[in-house]
Design a protein around this ligand. Structure first.
Ligand code: PLP
Length: 392
């Protein structure tokens, strides 16, 4: 394949970290994971990190933790404001915890939630906003956070696609929510192949997340935790279950690899951004294509293209030509979630009755890969192929 969607960012250092971990004889979650959690949280200026086996699990335990908070837990029937474009497992935990979704359309240019609609999305039952920054491009997180504060709503930031991005002014995405989730899947900004984390500044959330991550037990919580009182018998304390939890723990190897990858993150983001600058240069001013407009500094997961409507561009021809040129492409994130069959299991409604921008991105949008290598030849070739396929 000439131009892949993603490429491995592992080198000899990651393999060495795996070898060291194997030699240590510790395979299940231990010191490497604990150190990675601290280092990752520190990088983002947050107090606590709880690592899990995927970004999807991070979203799951985040919603679970919000549902078991002592004060003002989320309850079945509560409403959550969500953008119409995200990944399936942004939404699935919300359904699983009985919440009602209010879908808000995205802006066509940023692909993030159109915050001008927030006021209309709000009802007396609204309890939470889920903010998502699509494919490295920061959502208007400052506006969303302000709105959440003003209306006493929880904010869950699903930052699984936008690690190391910054809103205008420099604050990093993944630091605005009460709980903030990240993914370390293969194609993401750092990779443990499978993996994820939740960041929070709140001690109670941290403890809820730790318990829910591992069986709902108390074993990973310190004495003095706000969640439980230690009792006298060690025998019973060793197997004490306080919450309906899961087992979504990461492997110790994933923690060790995460530590190595985190050190490489700034350089990898810088490389992704140099590719972005070239992409923007090559396609600037061409109104056949709607490109993602940066809000702040994108960490550029990938390059999105929406074929402008009304320009007589044949999507099938574009897709055929990209295939022919060995250029991989795919749907933007998960497309418009309302178009998926699974929506029949959800309790939801749609703010303003429709989401035309999300539908357009679904029907006429795609992305090609970005990864921390010099993609100059690939991007020039992309430009040539799209130019030919979209000749008017
Ligand atoms: C916005 C968003 N949330 C959640 C996830 C799930 O992450 P994972 O694949 O690690 O489960 C993804 C996956 O890419 C995502 O894009």
């Amino acid at each position: 394949m000439f131009y892949e969607l993603a490429a491995s960012t592992w080198g000899p250092e990651e393999i060495e970290a795996i070898r060291r971990t194997i030699d240590s004889g510790r395979f299940s979650m231990g010191e490497q994971v604990a150190s990675f959690e601290q280092e990752f949280a520190r990088y983002f200026g947050m107090s606590y990190g709880v690592m899990v086996n995927s970004g999807s699990s991070a979203n799951l335990i985040a919603v679970a933790a919000l549902s078991y908070k002592k004060d003002r837990p989320l309850r079945r029937g509560d409403e959550v404001i969500v953008p119409a474009i995200s990944w399936s497992t942004t939404y699935h935990p919300l359904q699983q915890y009985g919440l009602k979704l209010r879908f808000v359309d995205v802006e066509l240019e940023t692909l993030n939630m159109d915050v001008r609609k927030l006021e209309r999305a709000l009802t007396p039952r609204t309890r939470m906003i889920v903010a998502v920054s699509i494919l490295g491009n920061p959502a208007a997180l400052d506006v969303i956070q302000q709105f959440a504060r003003q209306h006493d709503l929880y904010l869950l930031e699903d930052n699984c696609e936008s690690m190391d991005a910054e809103i205008p002014g420099g604050r990093k995405t993944g630091t605005f929510g009460h709980v903030n989730t990240f993914s370390f899947f293969f194609s993401h900004h750092i990779s443990t192949m499978e993996g994820g984390i939740v960041l929070t500044d709140d001690l109670e959330f941290d403890h809820l997340l730790r318990s829910i991550r591992a069986h709902g037990w108390t074993r990973d919580l310190p004495a003095g935790s706000p969640l439980f009182e230690v009792q006298s018998s060690d025998h019973f304390e060793a197997y004490r279950f306080i919450l309906p939890g899961y087992n979504v723990r990461p492997l110790e190897i994933s923690g060790a690899v995460g530590r190595v990858q985190l050190k490489k993150l700034p350089a990898m983001t810088a490389r992704r951004r140099r590719n972005l600058a070239l992409f923007q240069d090559l396609f600037a001013g061409d109104d056949r294509f709607i490109l993602q407009r940066e809000n702040g500094k994108s960490s550029c997961f990938s390059f999105t293209v929406i074929l402008s409507p009304g320009r007589n561009i044949n999507r099938e021809r574009v897709f055929a030509d990209l295939k022919q040129a060995d250029i991989c492409f795919r749907m933007i994130t998960g497309g418009c979630f309302l178009k998926h069959d699974v929506i029949r299991y959800f309790d939801y409604d749609v703010v303003d009755g429709s989401v035309p921008n999300a539908e357009l991105a679904h029907d006429r949008g795609f992305f090609v890969g970005n990864y921390p290598e010099d993609l100059t030849p690939q991007l020039h070739r992309l430009r040539e192929v799209l130019d030919r396929a979209c000749a008017l």
